[in-house]
Design a protein around this ligand. Structure first.
Ligand SMILES: Nc1ncnc2c1ncn2[C@@H]1O[C@H](COP(=O)(O)OP(=O)(O)OP(=O)(O)O)[C@@H](O)[C@H]1O
Ligand SMILES: [Mg+2]
Length: 446
């Protein structure tokens, strides 16, 4: 799994924040627990005397040292000869010099350097030992007030970090609202490289696609209207002629008008099928065009299409190469027939008379593969990715005036995808084209 930059940042940041919090907490507790100077002095005297008195009882002494180590005042006890008796400090605090020992005996205490404190231990009024203590509070307790600084820094960093995450999310939410209100140019254009940057780019991609789809819908409408214009104006001319009493001239147009009407019918049928199949992919439109699926022999489908092709087209050879064992497909026969006929029609229209068209069918791991191969004009690489767009026709095919409006492949793709299959086209300009469709086999229990 890829660990994104934001995840890493959040991870490192949370570790730092936890450490800072623990640090501040420990310092606060220690400063709270560390006694004031007079109490620390008293404690150290008490502890030193206690240790001295247990010097002949090793177990008791050890227990007292262990207890003394829990105090925040480290103490070391020596006898007057400088022999170490016990210490709760590691390493033991250093013994006084001889001059200091004499002064201690005379004055009662020695506290020359900061935090350092020595006092005499007496037994029956006799000076027998020296208790030495470090009265400085522990490091963390000493610096507790300054601990506020990392705490404030952590607070400030948390705020900055929270804004670093929340601000672009808010921006995206606003963008989504603007886009939803119809502002089609709204884009995030985030340059950051982390997960939020990815989210922004995903939003932009989605917005580009939606805008593209909407433009395609508008184009479809314009194209359909455009295709209807020529036949309608021909009909208009015929009507005008009839009105002017030119029945003979009008009659000459009738066969063309009949052909136009047949083409309009086909056009509208194709457009409606394309639109319905598109709608069936929208959640609320799922029931718009249920496929009329039935167990279909692909072999029979191909043989029927080949016979029709031979009956209608004498200019081209057609060869069917169908594998003898093909699984059946659960398919809408009418729509699948239209797909195959469209592909054969294309192969005929975009190849020279006398050439051979091949239709192949074979079994695959998951179903059936059908390929239509021609030795025709081929398709330029730049056009290849547009051929499934409704109304796209390459300039080359327009100039061949083969007829057709550019809906055949758009329809084929929708039909095949509605069946859970895929369609692909490969072409070499000047050499020929192969359209391959893969259909899933009928489920065993279907
Ligand atoms: N076998 C092919 N050889 C060369 N070009 C092809 C072939 N099949 C499709 N094309 C190109 O792709 C375009 C789109 O094909 P499509 O079948 O969608 O439309 P059409 O054949 O022009 O019209 P319609 O199918 O609506 O009668 C064609 O106009 C042509 O430029
Ligand atoms: Mg076609």
């Amino acid at each position: 799994m890829r660990v994104g930059r934001l995840t890493l940042k959040m991870y490192v940041y949370s570790i730092l924040a936890v450490h800072a919090a623990i640090f501040v907490l420990v310092a606060s507790i220690m400063s709270f627990r560390s006694a004031q100077l007079p109490e620390r002095t008293f404690l150290s005297q008490h502890l030193a005397a206690d240790l001295w008195h247990r010097r002949d009882d090793p177990d008791g002494l050890q227990a007292q040292v262990a207890r003394g180590m829990a105090f925040s005042v480290p103490v070391t006890v020596y006898d007057t000869e400088g022999r170490l008796i016990a210490s709760t400090a590691t390493p033991p605090l250093p013994m006084l010099s001889q001059a200091q020992v004499r002064r201690l005996e005379a004055v009662g205490h020695v506290d020359e350097s900061a935090g350092f404190f020595a006092h005499p231990i007496r037994e029956g009024g006799r000076f027998v030992g020296v208790g030495i203590a470090n009265l400085n509070p522990p490091f963390l307790a000493r610096h507790a007030p300054r601990m506020a600084i990392p705490f404030i820094l952590v607070l400030a960093a948390s705020l900055a970090f929270a804004r670093h995450i929340a601000r672009p999310l808010q921006q995206l939410a606003n963008l989504a609202k603007r886009f939803g209100r119809g502002e089609m140019t709204a884009r995030a254009r985030f340059s950051r490289k982390d997960e939020i940057g990815d989210l922004g780019r995903a939003f932009d991609d989605m917005a580009d696609r939606v805008t593209g789809l909407m433009a395609a819908q508008q184009e479809l409408l314009v194209n359909v209207s455009h295709e209807l214009l020529t036949p309608l104006s021909r009909i208009q001319v015929a009507v005008d002629l009839l009105r002017d009493g030119e029945a003979k001239q009008a009659k000459d147009l009738v066969s063309e008008i009949a052909q136009d009407l047949a083409e309009i019918e086909r056009l509208l049928d194709d457009v409606m099928t394309v639109a319905r199949l598109d709608l069936s992919r929208v959640p609320d439109g799922a029931t718009v065009m249920p496929l009329r699926r039935e167990s279909t022999s692909i072999d029979e489908l191909i043989q029927a299409a080949v016979s029709r092709f031979r009956a209608q087209c004498q200019t081209h050879q057609i060869v069917a190469e169908v594998s003898p064992v093909l699984p059946a497909a659960s398919a809408d026969r009418v729509l699948m027939r239209r797909v195959v006929e469209n592909l054969l029609d294309n192969a005929r229209k975009y190849s020279d008379a006398g050439t051979t068209i091949r239709i192949r069918a074979s079994g695959t791991k998951n179903g059936v593969r059908v390929a239509v191969v021609d030795d025709g004009t081929g398709i330029d690489a730049a056009d290849l990715k547009k051929v499934f767009t409704p109304f796209f026709r390459s300039d080359k095919s327009r100039s061949r005036s083969t007829g057709g409006v550019g809906l055949g492949l758009a329809l084929a793709r929708r039909v095949v995808e509605a069946h859970g299959g895929t369609i692909e086209i490969a072409s070499t300009p000047g050499a020929g084209t192969t359209v391959t469709l893969d259909l899933p086999a009928q489920a065993a229990n279907a």
